[in-house]
Design a protein around this ligand. Structure first.
Ligand SMILES: [Zn+2]
Length: 212
């Protein structure tokens, strides 16, 4: 609860360009975000599901995984989703030095640039662990710190229908940035339940955009 309040306060104090918790939208829009990929055997199925509903999303990728699977990163880019930075090796950010954090970010941005040809301006810290110095450094690097306003809690490893149920019980709202993890297939099965429901409620979906 205290954590949630801290993120809310931060998003009120800091401009969206600096710290993004949710987006203000005229239209009913949801932002699906996927952390910790790309993982072979998962991403292919997820991309097909998103194509089925013609939805664009944002992938917060782990640099080392992308480095071992450059074809998968290419495929995400080819299908016009947004590729964003989620560190190189997913360390606990509160346990490593500031310099190590920056190395994690820079290394991954380089990998993304090699694939997309453009600088990456979106970053999400592993486990959403932010600190003031990190946010200030991101500002200087013109990178937006992206948190989330809804957590699917798919990390709890519950069945897909449980994940879907939770997100339907406490309805999403326009501008929500929703956190999923695509290091396993649970999110795919949950989204196959959720997306048609959200579409029926009049929501459209959008990827976060890099600001150059
Ligand atoms: Zn993560």
């Amino acid at each position: 609860m205290l954590g949630k309040l801290k993120y809310l306060l931060r998003s009120i104090i800091l401009p969206d360009r600096l710290f993004l918790l949710s987006k203000t939208q005229q239209e009913k829009t949801l932002y699906l975000t996927f952390d910790d990929g790309p993982v072979p055997g998962v991403i292919e199925r997820l991309l097909d599901l998103l194509d089925k509903y013609q939805i664009k999303v944002t992938f917060f990728i782990i640099g080392s995984r992308a480095e071992s699977n450059p074809d998968l990163l290419h495929e995400i880019h080819k299908r016009a989703h947004t590729i964003a930075n989620h560190s190189y090796s997913h360390p606990a950010f509160h346990k490593i030095s500031h310099t190590e954090k920056i190395i994690e970010i820079d290394k991954t941005n380089l990998i993304i640039k090699q694939i997309t040809g453009k600088p990456c301006t979106l970053f999400r810290a592993p486990h959403g662990r932010w600190d003031k110095r990190l946010i200030l450094t991101l500002l200087l690097k013109k990178i937006t710190a992206v948190h989330w306003s809804r957590d699917s809690q798919d990390f709890l490893k519950e069945p897909a229908n449980k994940i879907a149920e939770r997100l339907l019980k406490q309805p999403v709202k326009s501008g929500d940035i929703i956190l999923f993890h695509d290091d396993n297939t649970r999110c795919i099965d949950a989204l196959d339940i959720l997306i048609p429901q959200w579409l029926a409620q009049g929501y459209c979906f959008s990827a976060l955009e890099h600001k150059y």
